[in-house]
Ligand binder design. Structure first.
Ligand SMILES: [Zn+2]
Length: 131
């Protein structure tokens, strides 16, 4: 199940501030139509209600590679190892996002990825195996 939340966005064109729904969590086994968007870096597409300007938000989100025991936090803003280590320490809080993750947490591999190329190759391999 895809998890979404509401966030405030400022339009780059007309500066209008609007609320929009963004993706926090993707389960690849259930959201296959999202795979193409993730691979092109366009998972979070938003559109200004006033001037219709489309923007793609550089937000982090969690991807569950069910049925592989792999959960990936994709965050395009993480640039150095210290940041990634910090995230790894808060793994517990990330998996607590979803009760099912807590149950399988012990046997699930968790990765933090900031490079879209790495994410693409993981998803391409996943697609070969399960689609
Ligand atoms: Zn606008």
């Amino acid at each position: 199940m895809t998890g979404t939340s509401t966030t405030e966005v400022t339009c780059v064109k007309c500066k209008r501030v609007y609320e929009t729904e963004v993706i926090d969590h993707i389960d690849l086994s259930e959201d296959r139509e999202l795979i193409r968007k993730i691979k092109s870096g366009k998972a979070n597409r938003v559109q200004c209600p006033k001037c219709k300007k489309v923007m793609y938000l550089d937000r982090s989100f969690v991807i569950n590679f069910e049925p592989q025991n792999l959960i990936v936090l994709f965050d395009p803003h993480l640039k150095n190892k210290a940041d990634i280590d910090n995230i790894m320490r808060s793994y517990e809080s990330i998996i607590s996002f979803n009760e099912i993750f807590v149950e399988v947490g012990a046997e699930t591999e968790f990765k933090v990825i900031s490079d879209l190329k790495k994410l693409k190759s993981l998803i391409t391999n996943y697609a070969k195996l399960y689609m």
